[in-house]
Design a protein around this ligand. Structure first.
Ligand code: ADP
Length: 501
């Protein structure tokens, strides 16, 4: 082989080598340009000098916007990029350095940066920077920690609420809508004598006495409409079969979707309070009643003296005895009102129903009233042998109040008429006077507690505004209602209807 031929061969081999190298170069360039991992180089001044497509795509910048710009521009934390660059400058290799990059659309990407520096003859040429997007993971972690924090907070709140419930002086229980008890605190155990283990899962109806079952159903109907019921007084049975007077506050338990899933109850034992109230009422009733007896005889003596003074023409006696009589009547009226207040409480506490005839009761009331007030003729019209099943004392109270009012609010000498009418198995009883009458507006309010009509005509008539309220409460307990028909200055008729036997 001559020299020329040898040269040819060498050239041909070099050509093949160059082609191979070019191919290799092309492959490597393609590999890093199109790799799925974001890559970039930064020069010793901190400027981006190259970035692959994945990096541009990840952050959303064009090549022109990215290349040539200081890398710090794209970092959300100044401190982090300062730290990265200074550590690379001292030849450190960074592995999974966590940083935050700012994208073109303003959003932040959480990334892990792995990088070191390419040097030539010891001189900084550029960094070799790999970026891994971990935004999803970080956001997920943040969401998780947020959830954990919320969970911890609600656990704390729940623990606090449980502590409060457990240490409460009041019994607190909850149950499902089908009356299954789901929680039972310590005070419930003390009040009813059953432990939580005995009661959870059982029916709450175990605690409800027969006599209040109907009332209980009405309460639930209200709760199911989403109402809350405060301080409602009722009765409950204990494990030892004692019946307690209790005050209950009931609230619906509403789940996240707004559905009522159960009922919570706060129950307080008011047996002692009720007994105290009862003793106080009994005392007031007893004192008022005792006061009335001597007053009634004082009145009849005054009336006798009055007649005597009239007969003997003793003007001074006539005048003073008339005033004394008026004052004594006032006092009797006030004692009656006072008695009403005591009876008002009593009406709610106990109702004793018996069978009795209406007419004798009305006659008794009339006789009792006429001892004190002879000023108005009281006429009883057609109340033949009508029997009712009711609380005799309390229905007597209704008559006393209506007749006393008829006298109080009508001029002396005018008639008071009591009538009965049978209709559809019921009797309608009415008390009619020819007195002051009541305006339409006042008629609506008469039965409210402590309501009195305040005008020139009633100013000097004493009272507490309790009589008609008591009448309506007593009748309500008998499933009856009081009605009024009245015309100003002409008179009024108060009537009610109750079932006959
Ligand atoms: P009091 O008589 O103590 O004020 P009531 O509750 O018995 O209380 O009556 C409430 C009000 O109704 C009275 O203040 C009075 O104005 C009016 N009223 C009651 N009965 C009559 C009546 N028969 N005629 C006119 N007004 C009446």
């Amino acid at each position: 082989m001559n020299d020329i031929q040898q040269l040819h061969n060498t050239l041909a081999q070099a050509q093949i080598r160059i082609t191979e190298l070019e191919l290799r170069n092309e492959e490597l360039t393609d590999f890093i340009e199109n790799a799925a991992i974001p890559l970039h180089w930064v020069d010793k001044h901190g400027k981006v000098i190259w970035a692959n497509q994945a990096e541009l795509d990840a952050l959303g910048y064009t090549r022109e916007e990215y290349i040539g710009a200081p890398i710090a521009t794209f970092h959300a934390d100044e401190y982090a990029i300062g730290d990265i660059l200074s550590r690379l400058a001292t030849n450190e290799t960074l592995n999974n350095y966590q940083a935050r990059l700012r994208c073109k659309d303003g959003s932040i990407k959480h990334v892990l940066i792995s990088s070191n520096v390419r040097r030539s003859d010891g001189e900084f040429v550029h960094t070799r920077c790999f970026t891994r997007d971990i935004t999803q993971i970080v956001l997920e972690q943040e969401r998780m920690s947020d959830l954990i924090r919320q969970l911890e907070e609600s656990e704390t709140r729940l623990r606090m609420a449980t502590d409060i419930v457990e240490s409460s002086y009041d019994a607190i229980i909850s149950k499902t809508l089908d009356n299954t008890i789901t929680s039972w605190n310590k005070a419930a155990g003390q009040l009813f004598g059953y432990s939580a283990e005995e009661m959870i899962g059982k029916s709450s109806l175990l605690l409800v006495p027969q006599e209040v079952l109907e009332q209980e159903k009405q309460m639930y109907a209200r709760l199911e409409r989403g109402e809350r019921i405060d301080h409602f007084e009722t009765k409950r049975n204990t494990k030892s079969n004692q019946v307690l007077d209790v005050s209950m506050t009931l609230s619906p338990i509403i789940d996240v979707t707004g559905n009522i899933t159960g009922i919570s109850k706060i129950i307080r034992d008011i047996t002692e309070r009720k007994l105290d109230q009862q003793r106080k009422n009994d005392f007031v009733a007893m004192v008022s009643h005792e006061l009335k007896t001597p007053l009634t005889s004082i009145l009849s003596y005054i009336q006798m003296l009055h007649t005597k003074a009239k007969r003997s023409g003793d003007d001074f006696g006539i005048q003073t005895l008339a005033r004394t009589e008026a004052q004594t009547k006032r006092m009797t009226q006030m004692i009656n009102d006072f008695l009403d207040i005591a009876r008002l409480e009593d009406a709610r506490i106990r109702l004793v129903k018996t069978e009795f005839e209406l007419e004798p009761l009305i006659r008794e009331v009339i006789a009792e009233i006429q001892v004190v007030y002879a000023s108005h003729p009281i006429l009883l019209d057609a109340c033949p042998e009508i029997k009712v099943y009711a609380d005799r004392g309390k229905i007597g109270q209704v008559f006393t109040n209506l007749i006393s009012n008829a006298i109080k609010y009508s001029p002396a000498g005018s008639d008071i008429l009591i009538s009965c009418a049978l209709k559809d198995g019921k009797v309608e009883v009415a008390v009619t006077d020819h007195g002051l009458g009541i305006s339409k507006e006042n008629q609506e309010k008469l039965f409210e507690r402590f309501y009195r009509v305040e005008d020139d005509r009633t100013r000097n008539i004493s009272g507490f505004g309790i009589g008609l309220y008591l009448v309506s409460e007593i009748l309500r307990d008998h499933d009856a209602a009081i009605h009024v028909k009245s015309a100003m200055d002409q008179g009024s008729t108060f009537s009610f209807t109750i079932a006959v036997l």
